[in-house]
Write a protein that binds this ligand. Structure first.
Ligand SMILES: [Zn+2]
Length: 234
């Protein structure tokens, strides 16, 4: 069984990190605006990229269809030249008309798509430039913001360092379980027992479980699966 003091301190480190992280992401409005603008632009760039890639692949398909229609039309025209009999000649001409319409029908979506791809390319260029510009503005203001919060930044560094040290003292499966609980239980993997209740989920703990926690220092809440411990001096 992992030692309780290590887990207690690790939980404390995570609590403190969360508080600091809240401070370090509570941006003033100008920085917050740049933050959401850079995200919006990055998302738009992704969409443009996706549409562009899809468009290119559709263009290949349309080009193939157009080339095929063109070939069929050429064959129909060649057939007209070789036709001697009048009655066959009229039919061959009709055939050419028909194939010509088909070729034109294949050309239309290809032309539309080519125009669309040009528009996309332009928007990609302007969006990309605006994204880079916003990103640079954000970084400048963010650096200033971090400089103004130098205390929290260095506290975070110390906490992260301590987190690494504490984690190194835990057996891998215990650490994995602790981290899973942190993730799944709003950052609270280890909680004290309060008046016979799990303070994580407020479930009343069974007497044998309480006895087990008293004997071993640690237990597992049967309801929320959090690690539970008795508060000091109880
Ligand atoms: Zn619980």
């Amino acid at each position: 069984m992992t030692s309780l003091p290590v887990l207690l301190e690790l939980q404390q480190v995570h609590d403190n990190l969360r508080t600091i992280q809240r401070d370090l992401t509570a941006f003033p409005s100008d920085l917050a605006d740049l933050e959401s603008e850079r995200k919006r632009l990055a998302k738009r760039l992704d969409q443009l990229e996706k549409e562009w890639t899809e468009g290119l692949s559709r263009k290949t398909t349309l080009e193939t269809a157009f080339a095929a229609a063109q070939k069929v039309e050429e064959r129909a025209r060649a057939a007209v030249k070789q036709t001697q009999q009048k009655v066959h000649y009229a039919a061959a001409i009709r055939e050419v008309d028909e194939r010509e319409r088909e070729r034109a029908a294949a050309a239309r979506p290809l032309k539309e798509l080519t125009t669309r791809l040009e528009t996309l390319e332009q928007e990609r260029t302007t969006t990309s430039a605006r994204h880079a510009e916003t990103e640079a503005q954000f970084q400048t203001l963010h650096d200033i913001f971090l400089a103004e919060h130098a205390n929290q930044v260095s506290a975070r560094e110390r906490l992260l360092q301590r987190q690494t040290e504490l984690e190194a003292q835990l057996p891998a499966p215990d650490l994995a379980r602790f981290n899973r609980l942190l993730e799944a239980r709003q950052g609270k993997a280890l909680v004290p027992v309060e008046n016979g209740l799990c303070s994580g989920c407020r479930t009343k703990l069974r007497i044998p479980l309480l006895a087990q926690v008293r004997d071993h220092g640690l237990g597992t809440c049967e309801s929320c699966q959090r690690l539970i411990h008795l508060p000091p001096r109880s």
